[in-house]
Structures are given as structure tokens and as C-alpha cells.
Design a protein around this ligand. Structure first.
Ligand code: ADP
Length: 604
């Protein structure tokens, strides 16, 4: 292990401990249970000697001190053989009841702690996602983002739970057994010390491997999630284009990748455990050999020998667990460092202080140059325009020309302009508090995102505060959605299904318009998606949109030129630049790009 990774492990670990602070009461009880468990086991082994030496072999001279050492609530020493053997059953029952209680306390307590930790971490990661800049989400695969919340958190909790159990309980057991051994015959017990460092070495070497492979497994798991997610999202497309084989091959690849990495971990684990066992047997063999020596035998009673042997055997299982826990622990640390990296990703920059309840809606771009982080060239070049309150500005142009980018900058999804400035009511967007800025904007986009709830809940989604049924119905009417909603058996209480699968494209769009109407923001961004709809739905939506645009500053990304004829300004965007501007009739008269686009869509 290199120094840096060592210090990384300990800092990750220390940070993990902070999650336990609020749970310290339960933690204390659990640890108490674990310690008790280990001690009971050691006590049990310790009581073997008096059972044997006094219960059976009463001819062996006893050292009074040793006998008094057995304080199992049985009073003083044993006076006769039968006394010892008669007490034995009670001791056994007593010890095992105690062990059972300790077991319950620790198992339940640790499950409680793990469940809390999973819940807290999930919540934290989820909430952090909500604060992260759009660029971060753009750059990450959604499979990875999801498996952070579902898989990685689980790994951490499982690892900390089993690590705690093993380290404390089995640690105490091993220490207790060692104590019993040395107390009985330190000479014989010394041989244990010979193998200790060997076992330590094996553990250290394997840890490194474990941690590395665990990280890889996490990534592979993200791949599995991500391919599955893509397939489910595009299920219809896959069926139509006969992509089943390609999809299943793609999945087979990530699936197999995940398997082979899991196997690497299993291999390391499978090798290390038997190795430790073999090393352990060396110690046992050494004890057996040593006790056959004349010089040793003088000190040994049958009871001492049996106790040492029993202690060594009783130690094997805990030692085995201690080596295995390492895999779990390393896996947890790996998952932890991924999670902490997410939590450490800076949230969206929100330095502005300017707040306004409701802006008038004067929006201006002042020679804006903008580049996406991961792109070479500028996505927007010298974009310059002003829209006055209540006016409509239409953006037209080929796909990929930069229209959506302009819209994304208005809501400050990307805040670093290369140069230039964007102002709302003559205040730079940078100076706004993000929440205050976004409160001014309603967005109706091509991909309507509906939540899996009722129509009413979907319309009220973005409304700040309590909303009445009458308000929802009014909004639905203005959005031209009331007609279809009122025909549904449960009206506005109809469930829309996941992302609105129960509704048609046009219906979804009108719900989104109703949502925007209810939100009543002074700025409206419309990414029109009417091109996929039949003429009737398009008309229905158009009426809704016209109602929505009333008295608002609207930025319309137009796919159909028919929808922008009465816009106050039309900008033709090409390769990030505004290449033409004017009203519909001005642009037609110019006979330039707009004119050509118009000719293409409507014929001459
Ligand atoms: P339009 O809305 O006109 O179709 P966009 O604004 O979506 O065009 O895209 C403009 C350019 O910016 C394109 O070249 C596109 O590849 C690029 N682009 C769009 N979104 C991103 C993004 N999130 N990250 C990097 N590049 C992007």
C-alpha cells in the first residue's frame, strides 16, 4: 500500500465515522454486545481447564490460584469432582444465554445503524444531485449516477456493518483466546507469535488487490445499469429497428465484464482464506510438537493442553472472518470514496444576491460568446438581442445551430460565458440569486417531463405554494386541456402513469402548458414540439400556447415557421451566429435564409 492511498483510506474512513456520530447510542450498545460476545467465548474456553482437571483428572495436583480464577458466578473454588461437573451444565446454559443476548443486541443494533447510514447517504447524494450544475450531469452516464444512489451506498453500509461485527467481536475473541492461552502456558503460546506477522503480511497484500478490484466492480455495475436503462428508454425503437441482438450483445459485454471482475475479487478472497488457514495450522502443529517435548510436559496438565488446543481452534474462525472482512471493508472504502467524490463536487455557482419577486421581463443578450466545457469551438458567437416585456422572440434555424443553447443560458444552466453578458430587467443574470432567477421562468419543452402522479399534481407541480382545484381547472381550460381531462373517468385525479404513458403526445404537451400557465412566470421559454402532432392536436396546443404567451416575454424555439409568423422578432441562427433578424414580413422581403426555409416548408 502506498502512503497516499493509505492516507486516503484513513481520511475516507474518518469521514465515514462522522455518519456514526448521531447514532452513537446504538453504536455503543452494539459494540457492548460484540465485546460481550467475544468475552463469553473466551470465558467458555477458559473454563475447560477446571472442568477437565478437576472434573475428571482429580489426581492432578491443582494450583489454587488457577481454580479461583474461574469466576463464573459459581462462588469460590471447587471442592470435589462431582461439584465441578454438576455446575458445568448451568455454566454452559448461562454462558450461551448471555452469548445469545449479546448476539441479539449487536445484530439488531448494527442492522439499525446500517439502515440509517444507507438512508442518510442516499438522501444526501440525491439532494446533492439536485444542486449539481447541468454540465456535471451532462458528462456522467445516468447509469453511474443511479448506481451511486442504489448500489454504492448499500456497499458502504454492508461493509461498515460486517467490518464492525468482525473487527470488534472476532477481534475481542482472538485477543481473549490469546489471553487464555498465555495465562495457561506462555511458553506454548509463544509459537502463535511466529505466525502472526505472516498472517498480517497476507492480509496487507490482499487488501490492495481488493480495493482496486472493488473500484472496478463499481464501474462495471454502472455499465450494467446504464445499458439496461438505455434499452428500457428506447424499448420501442429497439423493437422496431430489430436491435435486439445488438442490445443483447452490448449487455452481454458489460454483464460479463462485471462477472469477471467479481471473480477476480472472489479469487483473491478464495486464495487468502485457505492461505491463512494453512499458516494457522503451522501454529497448531508447532504446539503439538512442543507439547511432546519432555521439558514442556512437566508444566502441562491435561486441562491446560486441552484449553490451549481449544483456544487455538476457536481462534481459527474469527481469524478467517478477520481476513474476509478486509474484502468487504476495502469494497466499502472504494464505494465511500466514490460517494464522497460526488458529495465534494461543487454545487452550482450561486453567488448572486439580487432578488426580485417578479421581473418585468426585459431580456437582453449582449454579444454573448459561449462554449461548452467539453467542446472545442464556440456554441454561440456574438449573440445579441433584446426582447421587451410581453414580446415574443422566435429562434429558427437548423438543428444544432444553437437555439437550445440560447434557451439554456437564460435559466443559467451554464453560467460561464466566454464573453458578453445576459441581462434581465437590466441586471446581469450573474447577479441574480439562482432561485430568484429561475422563479421568473417557465419552460415548456419538447420532452415533457411528467411525474407519476395525478393530472392535478402534474399541473400544480411547479406552483410555489398552495393551489386550489379551481386554479388547476382554470389553467387546464386556458391550456385547452380541460376538454380531454373532463372526459377522463377520474378527471384531474386521473393517474398519468410513469412519465405520462397513459396520455398522448398532444395531451402531455397541454398538461405542460397548463403547468406553465399556473406558474405564471414573466418569462416563457417554449421549445415547440408541435411538428410530431396531427393538425388537430397542433391547433389545440396552439390555442393553449397563445393563451400562455399573453403578457409574457416569450422565447420560442420554432420548428414550424407557421407558429412564428406573428412573433415580434425572428432570429435565424446558424452555427451559433444570428445570421438574419426581423419580423416575418421583413425576412420574407429579404429573400435570404428565412425566405428559403419558408419556401421549403410551404412550397411557393
Ligand atoms: P439546436 O437547439 O439549435 O438544435 P443546440 O443548442 O442544442 O442546437 O446545439 C448547439 C451546439 O452545441 C451543437 O453543436 C451541439 O452539439 C452542442 N451542444 C449542445 N448541448 C451540448 C452539451 N450539453 N454539451 C456539449 N455540447 C453541446
Amino acid at each position: 500500500m502506498t502512503n497516499s492511498s493509505k492516507s486516503e483510506v484513513s481520511s475516507v474512513f474518518l469521514r465515514l465515522l462522522t455518519y456514526l456520530v448521531p447514532l452513537k447510542g446504538v453504536l455503543f450498545l452494539s459494540v457492548f454486545g460484540l465485546v460481550l460476545y467475544g468475552l463469553v467465548d473466551a470465558t467458555f474456553i477458559y473454563s475447560i481447564k477446571p472442568f477437565i482437571d478437576q472434573g475428571f483428572a482429580s489426581n492432578v495436583p491443582t494450583t489454587p490460584g488457577l481454580v479461583e480464577g474461574v469466576d463464573l458466578g459459581m462462588g469460590g473454588g471447587f471442592n470435589s469432582d462431582s461439584d465441578v461437573l454438576k455446575t458445568a451444565p448451568f455454566v454452559v446454559i448461562g454462558l450461551f444465554t448471555l452469548r445469545g443476548l449479546a448476539n441479539f443486541l449487536s445484530t439488531y443494533g448494527i442492522s439499525y445503524i446500517s439502515a440509517r447510514m444507507i438512508m442518510d447517504m442516499r438522501q444526501q447524494v440525491f439532494e446533492h444531485y439536485l444542486k449539481l450544475p447541468v454540465s456535471y450531469i451532462d458528462a456522467e452516464s445516468s447509469g453511474n449516477l443511479i448506481s451511486r444512489v442504489t448500489f454504492d451506498t448499500e456497499q458502504i453500509a454492508r461493509a461498515s456493518g460486517s467490518a464492525l461485527i468482525t473487527i470488534v467481536r472476532d477481534g475481542i475473541t482472538v485477543i481473549g483466546m490469546l489471553g487464555v492461552m498465555f495465562y495457561n502456558s506462555w511458553k506454548l503460546s509463544l509459537c502463535i507469535l511466529i505466525v502472526g506477522p505472516l498472517i498480517g503480511l497476507v492480509i496487507a497484500v490482499v487488501s490492495r488487490k481488493f480495493r482496486k478490484v472493488s473500484k472496478q466492480i463499481q464501474t462495471a455495475m454502472g455499465g450494467v445499469t446504464s445499458v439496461t436503462e438505455q434499452m428500457i428508454k428506447g424499448h420501442k425503437n429497439v423493437l422496431v429497428f430489430g436491435g435486439q441482438q445488438a442490445e443483447s450483445q452490448r449487455f452481454a459485454k458489460v454483464n460479463d465484464d462485471n462477472r469477471s471482475r467479481t471473480m477476480k475479487l472472489a479469487l483473491a478472497q478464495a486464495i487468502s482464506q485457505p492461505l491463512v488457514m494453512v499458516i494457522g495450522s503451522l501454529a497448531l502443529a508447532f504446539v503439538l510438537y512442543a507439547s511432546s517435548l519432555e521439558s514442556m510436559r512437566a508444566d502441562l496438565t491435561a486441562g491446560t493442553f486441552a484449553t490451549i488446543l481449544a483456544a487455538m481452534l476457536a481462534m481459527l474462525q474469527p481469524i478467517k472472518s478477520l481476513t474476509r472482512v478486509n474484502a468487504e471493508f476495502q469494497r466499502g472504502i472504494a464505494a465511500c470514496s466514490t460517494i464522497f467524490a460526488v458529495l465534494d463536487t461543487p454545487a452550482e455557482v450561486d453567488n448572486g444576491t439580487y432578488e426580485k419577486q417578479r421581473v418585468e421581463g426585459r431580456l437582453s443578450f449582449d454579444k454573448v460568446n459561449f462554449r461548452y466545457d467539453n467542446q472545442e469551438g464556440l456554441a454561440l458567437k456574438e449573440v445579441d438581442f433584446t426582447v421587451n416585456p410581453g414580446e415574443t422572440l422566435a429562434l429558427v434555424g437548423r438543428s444544432g445551430s444553437g437555439k437550445s443553447t440560447i434557451a439554456s443560458l437564460i435559466t443559467r444552466f451554464y453560467s460561464d460565458l466566454d464573453s458578453g453578458d445576459i441581462r434581465l430587467d437590466d441586471v446581469s443574470l450573474r447577479d441574480y440569486k439562482l432561485a430568484s432567477l429561475r422563479r421568473q421562468v417557465a419552460l415548456v419543452s419538447q420532452q415533457v417531463t411528467l411525474i407519476n402522479d395525478t393530472i392535478a399534481a402534474n399541473i400544480a407541480y411547479a406552483y410555489p405554494g398552495e393551489v386550489t382545484e379551481a386554479q388547476i381547472i382554470d389553467a387546464a381550460k386556458l391550456a385547452n386541456a380541460w376538454e380531454f381531462i373532463s372526459n377522463l373517468p377520474e378527471g384531474i385525479d386521473t393517474q398519468v402513469g410513469e412519465n405520462g404513458v397513459m396520455l398522448s403526445g398532444g395531451q402531455r404537451q397541454r398538461i405542460a402548458i397548463a403547468r406553465a400557465i399556473l406558474r405564471d412566470a414573466p418569462i416563457l421559454i417554449l421549445d415547440e414540439a408541435t411538428s410530431a402532432l396531427d393538425t388537430e392536436s397542433e391547433k389545440a396546443i396552439q390555442t393553449g400556447l397563445d393563451n400562455l404567451r399573453q403578457n409574457r416575454t416569450s422565447i420560442v424555439i420554432a420548428h414550424r415557421l407557421s407558429t412564428v409568423e406573428n412573433a415580434d422578432q425572428i432570429l435565424v441562427v446558424d452555427q451559433g451566429k444570428v445570421v438574419e433578424r426581423g419580423t416575418h414580413s421583413e425576412l420574407l422581403a429579404k429573400q435570404g435564409i428565412y425566405y428559403n426555409l419558408y419556401q421549403m416548408q410551404f412550397g411557393s
